[in-house]
Design a protein around this ligand. Structure first.
Ligand code: PEP
Ligand code: MG
Length: 755
């Protein structure tokens, strides 16, 4: 039996000739299957193409009955061919009939063939079809033959992707190369955007698949690898940060892979079969992507991503595209699609043209999601393989409210979304009209509405929303989006800009709240069993006072000649508050001694987000100038339900007696002690939450900027006394019957309040 090794190059050369012939697509396919069968000494060679309806259609065959072409259609879970497609993996069997997935279609006459080798036709990790060879006799196809068939499948992938086969397909049964897709992920940033795809890492499209001169291609590959390695060495030596904001650990991983013999061997093997160097890299990349789709272990996935990134670098090197194209040149209504992205990379894009963001990874607490929300871009995460499913320029809709994504949306979906966008714009315009109106309820209660912020890009929101100030400035965001620890001068400059932007409106700065889910890429942290309960926020601040001291110093200097409000996150015991306050006083003394200009007034407060404080409120109120309730953490800890874990995050309702009783206790005690309280968690950003808070007695809240309009509109129409009369008895009563939320909703309905 003649093996295909040595054969594939001949085969590829012949295939190239066929590809250049001026014949119809069907004739070309027919010739290709004959060539492959002859070259592999197989009795059968068939091409199945994946259709938009998810089935596999027989497009050409040598050896099976000709009548079956375009008649045989398999489901993706049907038979060995279906298995190759759904697993995106080759299947190589000397006795196919004994495989549990084996099934045959009588119209093809394939029951007499014993041996089976099927490989997926892959492009960018996506299955476009299946290429099969079969033999009547028992035969073991060698690894080289499997490799050769995969190489050949690449040529078919290019042919299918070129759209050449579209003309011969029935409507609704076209090859799945430009399908309409409805994908579901998780909502990361509120908003709806209609636009066109821009790939964050543009795919390098290999045009030239078949090599003229294999030794020359091997040489090109070797040279590119050498350059890649020395570039990586240089970057690591210089401590440089790569394009995507990758940090040292990632570069180290790249370097490790760049020397990995297994990877290098696979690349060389692919080129040896007769591909150009770049097509060889693409072949191996396709395998990596297909593997990535199957792997669920997060560590392994991360390594496969690294490997893919490295492959992309190598490909760019070979195609003479050293760098990704510049980010400024965005088309209008750009919807950015990326596997994952750092926050700094997102900020590099032109905000005026960016409408939406879609990520394969990234949860709601990811840093890039935080930045997307600050920028007001609709964003959706956790859409598997989206970078493989779309191409640049494709029309797409991002629904950051529900987490849906529509690729090439049909006209009815597009117009429905168009309507929603108009409606949202109308509502925003109504809220804008309320901007300069004082927030006074129907019965004359003044409510202070402020915004939460943390980045420079948040600052215009003060003016946009007409907020009374910044009730929570999350200082850790500057640290989280940076690639290295921000210097004290950088901190100072940000804090100054914040105070300048706020003018005479107050700003409450929260000292660093890192640890838990807020990880700094450049700061090594020990793995913890329960990070949310671990060494985080003020605990870390007090144990490593250097960091906190320099931050406090920067804050005091930035507020020279003005009023400064500082608060500490995650205080669990009054002693911690005392210690933190002493640190601030020490810094003040230090600056005074060095004749720095000081703030006119410094107020020091505590965040109430750990339930233990509920039982130390008297002591805390005696020491703190003000309190700020972090309802996100407080509710998480009261119910022992991880706020970042989708399975439990919404299991318990914040609008319920236990939480509202706790919140009431805080506001009552603070009122008695004459100390101001703000609530800055997400609870205040929902109209129904704000309604409950005001009824409990809260008069100051800090909100997500985009939520301010809706909350203000509700409060202007609210009769607080009526709401109080309903809610206060409800939370005192034993828990029974309809939920407090339901009763509040009914109240809002009866009062004509828009929730
Ligand atoms: C909170 O916990 O409610 C809060 C405002 O802080 P963060 O969301 O930043 O933890
Ligand atoms: Mg918190």
């Amino acid at each position: 039996m003649r093996g295909a090794l040595g054969g594939p190059r001949v085969l590829l050369r012949r295939l190239r000739e066929v590809m250049a012939e001026p014949v119809s697509a069907q004739e070309r396919l027919d010739k290709i299957v004959v060539l492959i069968a002859a070259n592999m000494v197989a009795e059968v060679c068939s091409v199945y193409v994946l259709r938009v309806d998810g089935t596999l259609e027989l497009y050409a065959t040598e050896g099976l009955k000709r009548e079956a072409v375009h008649q045989t259609v398999l489901r993706q879970d049907e038979g060995l061919v279906g298995l190759v497609a759904s697993e995106a993996n080759p299947i190589n069997l000397s006795e196919a009939q004994t495989h549990p997935a084996f099934s045959f279609r009588p119209e093809t006459g394939e029951e007499i063939y014993l041996s089976f080798l099927g490989v997926p036709i892959l492009r960018s990790g996506n299955t476009l079809g299946v290429l099969v060879v079969q033999n009547r006799a028992r035969r073991t196809y060698s690894e080289e033959e499997e490799e050769a068939l995969q190489t050949t499948a690449m040529v078919l992938a290019e042919m299918i992707a070129s759209g050449e086969l579209l003309a011969m397909a029935k409507p609704g049964a076209e090859p799945a190369i430009r399908p309409r897709l409805h994908l579901s992920g998780i909502a990361l940033a509120d908003g709806i955007a209609l636009g066109h795809v821009v790939l964050h890492e543009p795919r390098v499209l290999v045009k030239n698949v078949i090599a003229d001169d294999v030794p020359k291609e091997i040489k090109r590959l070797d040279e590119a690898i050498t350059t890649l390695r020395s570039d990586l060495d240089l970057m690591l030596e210089r401590g440089e940060v790569a394009d995507g904001g990758e940090h040292r650990e990632v570069l180290e991983a790249y370097r490790m892979f760049a020397h990995d013999q297994g990877w290098l061997h696979r690349l060389r093997e692919a080129v040896m079969t007769g591909l150009t160097a770049e097509a060889g890299v693409e072949r191996v990349q396709s395998d990596t992507r297909a593997r990535m789709l199957r792997v669920t272990d997060p560590y392994l996935r991360e390594r496969l991503h690294d490997l893919e990134d490295l492959g992309n670098r190598l490909m760019r090197q070979l195609m003479g595209q050293d760098h990704a194209p510049p980010r400024e040149q965005l088309p209008d209504n750009a919807i950015l699609v990326a596997r994952s992205m750092g926050p700094a990379a997102l900020l590099d894009y032109d905000r005026r043209k960016l409408r939406g963001l879609i990520l394969e990874e990234g949860g709601p607490t990811s840093h890039v999601a935080i930045v997307a929300r600050a920028l007001g871009i609709a964003a959706v995460g956790e859409i598997a393989n989206v970078t493989g499913l779309v191409e640049a320029g494709v029309p797409i809709i991002v629904d950051g409210v529900t987490g849906d994504v529509h690729v090439r949306p049909p006209a009815d979906i597009e117009s429905a979304y168009g309507e929603r966008v108009k409606l949202r714009a109308k509502r925003q315009a109504q809220y804008r009209e309320l901007r300069d109106k004082p927030c006074v309820t129907k019965d004359g209660q003044t409510i202070t509405l402020m915004i939460n912020a943390g980045l420079l890009v948040d600052l215009p929101h003060i003016a946009d929303t007409g907020a009374a100030g910044i009730g929570l400035f999350r200082t850790e965001l500057q640290f989280m989006i940076a690639t290295a620890m921000p210097r004290i001068s950088e901190q100072l400059s940000l804090y100054r800009s914040v105070l300048d932007a706020a003018g005479d409106r107050p700003v409450t700065f929260r000292t660093l709240d890192i640890g838990g889910d807020k990880v700094l890429p450049y700061m090594r942290q020990e793995e913890e069993e329960n990070p949310a309960l671990g060494w985080r926020a003020i605990r870390l601040g007090l144990d490593r006072p250097g960091l906190m001291r320099s931050q406090v110093r920067a804050l005091l200097q930035a507020a020279a000649g003005r009023e400064l409000k500082i608060m500490f996150p995650m205080i669990a015991a009054v002693a911690e508050f005392d210690e933190a306050k002493t640190l601030v006083e020490r810094e003040l003394t230090h600056l005074r001694r060095h004749r720095h200009k000081l703030p006119d007034r410094v107020e020091v407060g505590a965040m109430v987000e750990v339930p233990s404080l509920l039982f130390q409120l008297d002591e805390l109120l005696a020491r703190a100038d003000f309190l700020s309730v972090g309802s996100n953490d407080l509710v998480q800890f009261l119910y022992a339900a991880d706020r970042g874990n989708r399975r439990v995050a919404d299991r318990f309702d914040a609008i319920s007696a236990p939480v509202l009783r706790a919140l009431k206790q805080i506001i009552d005690k603070a009122g008695a002690a004459g100390k101001p309280v703000t609530l800055c968690g997400e609870l205040a950003s929902k109209p129904i939450g704000a309604l409950a808070l005001v009824a409990l007695g809260y008069r100051a809240m800090s909100l997500t900027p985009s939520a301010l309009g809706a909350v203000k509109a509700l409060l202007l129409d609210l009769d607080v006394k009526k709401a109080q009369a309903l809610l206060l008895p409800l939370i005192e009563k034993p828990i029974a019957g309809a939920s407090i939320r339901e009763q509040l909703v009914a109240f809002a309905d009866a009062e004509g309040l828009q929730l």
